[in-house]
Design a binder for this molecule. Structure first.
Ligand code: ASP
Length: 312
């Protein structure tokens, strides 16, 4: 079994077999992070460039740690301090990075489709680390890995995703991935944050968390993406919190073994109460740990793709 594409640009169109390959590979790398010496020589001599054009804490650092744990040479690029301010285009910039023999370029960009555009022009593999409000495939993969570790499967489970459905890239990748893997997905949020026709992606919709919380095996909470909402989509954050925040009171309606997730960064007291974020149902920090293993698996699977494509 091989991955079809040179790049990981999103989970749209990625098959169940490919997702299983990534999750199974992650399982084998997960153990490396639990050793006292957390390093294997697997990607010695490979060059990974982290190209982050937007802020990031977890994704950037976990890609960096993943590269180091695989013995690859990881280099970080950030917008500030680069030649963007001198007028260099995105394509020229990444072509220059590729000319330094990068095997993988991990890219985060505020514009949806930016990684897809550069992937067409490069032989190096491109991994999308979040493009605008479009997709964040590595987050969804680490979410699915975490769910599978807790529930043993993805097929047939019910995942309730709550919050800013319209502007979250995490939700879009999770919908593609979870539906492909046979999960039932219920999206919950105020009507102003639920795109028209999103049901066509195979999901169900609810405007009231209290109506569906008891059906959830997994409750995935999203941050309100204030930085992406051009206009105000909510009467107030207080009003939002009253209806959608995951509070201890609301959690009483959930199944005793329901798993609570959040991709981070958390806005405590808005979309989630600190008692729940830090409580027994929460696997939020496990998601972060698993993120390193998922990114190790992805670097391993994609670092050699360039040569495969060249040989064809
Ligand atoms: N860290 C995730 C992202 O970059 C989630 C968020 O920012 O709300 O999309």
């Amino acid at each position: 079994m091989q991955l079809k594409s040179k790049d990981l640009l999103g989970l749209e169109g990625v098959s169940r077999e490919e997702i299983n390959l990534i999750l199974d590979t992650t399982e084998s790398f997960h153990e490396v992070s639990e050793r006292s010496i957390k390093k294997v020589p697997t990607l010695r001599g490979r060059t990974i460039i982290n190209f982050f054009h937007e802020p990031s804490t977890r994704t950037r650092i976990s890609f960096e740690i993943a590269a180091k744990r695989l013995s690859a040479d990881g280099v970080n690029f950030s917008k500030s301090g680069s030649s963007f301010s001198k007028g260099e285009t995105l394509l020229d910039t990444v072509k220059n990075l590729e000319a330094m023999q990068a095997d993988v370029i991990v890219m985060r960009h505020g514009i949806p489709g930016a990684p897809h555009f550069i992937a067409q022009h490069l032989d190096a593999a491109v991994i999308n680390a979040g493009d605008g409000a479009h997709e964040h495939p590595t987050q969804a993969l680490l979410d699915m890995f975490t769910i599978k570790r807790h529930l043993g499967k993805l097929d047939g489970i019910t995942v309730v995703i709550v919050g800013d459905i319209a502007f979250s890239r995490v939700v879009r990748s999770n919908i593609y991935g979870l539906i492909t893997m046979g999960a039932r997905v219920i999206l919950v949020g105020p009507p102003t944050l639920i795109p028209v026709d999103i049901e066509k992606m195979g999901v169900e919709i609810s405007y009231k968390l209290d109506d569906v919380i008891d059906q959830a095996d997994v409750i995935m909470i999203l941050r309100i993406q204030l930085e992406r909402q051009g206009k105000v989509c909510l009467p107030s954050l207080r009003e939002y919190a009253k209806l959608y925040s995951l509070t201890p009171e609301r959690m009483k309606q959930a199944r005793p073994n329901a798993v609570v997730m959040h991709p981070g960064p958390i806005n405590r007291g808005i979309e989630i109460d600190p008692k729940i974020a830090d409580g027994d149902h929460s696997v939020i920090l496990e998601q972060v740990s698993n993120g390193v293993a998922v990114r190790m698996a992805l670097l391993f699977l994609f670092a050699g793709r360039k040569e495969l494509t060249e040989k064809r």
